[in-house]
Design a protein around this ligand. Structure first.
Ligand code: CP
Ligand code: NVA
Length: 306
């Protein structure tokens, strides 16, 4: 077994290591990083769900670091025809230096990581979307110069993004208010763990969450795999649209974040996502920088933390 680390969830890294990842990512964004830590290395990218940002940022990022990325869809690889995840993990490990996967059940990525002999990176599961929230935190740090001692609001579904924000609060200790309708709460076990380290609350009123917040976040009401619940969710999330009025309850300097893709007129109004407080394009760009930093650490020689 080759020694390696995975990135399946934000707490897989210590707080110090995460700050180290952000420092590398900032240098990359500023054009101050010209090393090629992935020289001669390959990343397998398995996508069991659609993607624009994740696919392009990982592929381009690998290339920019001197490596090569392979896009593997279930239509083309045997995994889609039922080859076990464990076998896929063992075989890919004989060819590539890292595996990024976007899939449904979180236990599938854990299974992949268990049998892989190379680093596994989470490109989204039903439970978590850690690379996205790292990009979001990088955006927050660029805006406010810090990611602790700040209040952040999540408005909407207690989904993979909300769960990753909870994991981020666990590591960084910022205040996090999650406004969601009953029945759409985030994962209990993540919430309970984070609440030991940070003020994380579930509230029912979006305005209560927005009040005093420097960051207002939302995401689609029906995630990938929940398309048949769209109508029922539209009813449940009535009143949860991030509107100009809701932004007005937040801090004057507050920014709006959305991992994208967005549905204007549903979870966010067009005047907010396309307005002056929106940072969604920087947020999308930061996927590239932060994932390059993660790959440089896990697959290259870059080190972070103590
Ligand atoms: N935000 C995000 O992960 O986008 P994609 O689904 O396009 O990868
Ligand atoms: N919660 C969304 C995020 C998409 C990037 C989903 O899982 O579809």
């Amino acid at each position: 077994m080759r020694e390696h680390r995975d990135f399946l969830a934000i707490p897989d890294f210590t707080t110090d290591e995460l700050y180290g990842v952000f420092d590398i990512a900032d240098r990359m964004r500023a054009g101050q990083y010209d090393k090629k830590p992935l020289n001669g290395k390959s990343l397998a990218m398995i996508f069991m769900k659609s993607s624009t940002r994740t696919r392009v940022s990982f592929e381009v990022g690998t290339y920019q670091l001197g490596g090569h990325a392979l896009f593997l869809s279930p239509r083309d690889v045997q995994l889609g025809r039922g080859e076990p995840i464990a076998d896929t993990a063992r075989v890919l490990s004989r060819y590539v230096d890292g595996i990024m996967i976007r899939t449904f059940a979180h236990q599938d990525i854990e299974e992949l990581a268990k049998y892989a002999d190379v680093p596994v990176i989470n490109g989204l599961t039903d439970l978590l979307h850690p690379c996205q929230v790292l990009a979001d935190l990088l955006t927050v740090r660029a805006e406010f110069g810090k990611i602790d001692k700040i209040k952040i609001a999540w408005i909407g579904d207690g989904n993979n993004m909300a769960n990753s924000w909870i994991n981020a609060a666990y590591r960084f200790g910022f205040d996090l208010d999650i406004a969601c309708p009953e029945g759409y709460e985030p994962a209990d076990h993540l919430l309970e763990r984070a609440q030991k380290h940070a003020k994380v609350r579930i509230v029912r009123d979006p305005a209560e969450a927005a009040e005093g917040s420097s960051v207002i976040n939302t995401d689609v009401w029906a995630s990938m795999g929940q398309e048949d619940e769209q109508k029922e969710r539209e009813r449940a999330f009535k009143g949860f649209t991030v509107s100009k009025k809701l932004m007005g309850v937040a801090e004057k300097t507050a920014i709006f974040l959305h991992c994208l893709p967005a549905h204007r007129g549903e979870e966010v109004s067009a005047d907010v996502i396309d307005g002056p407080q929106s940072r969604v394009w920087d947020e999308a760009e930061n996927r590239l920088h932060v994932q390059k930093a993660i790959m440089a650490v896990l697959m290259g020689q870059e080190s972070v933390g103590g």
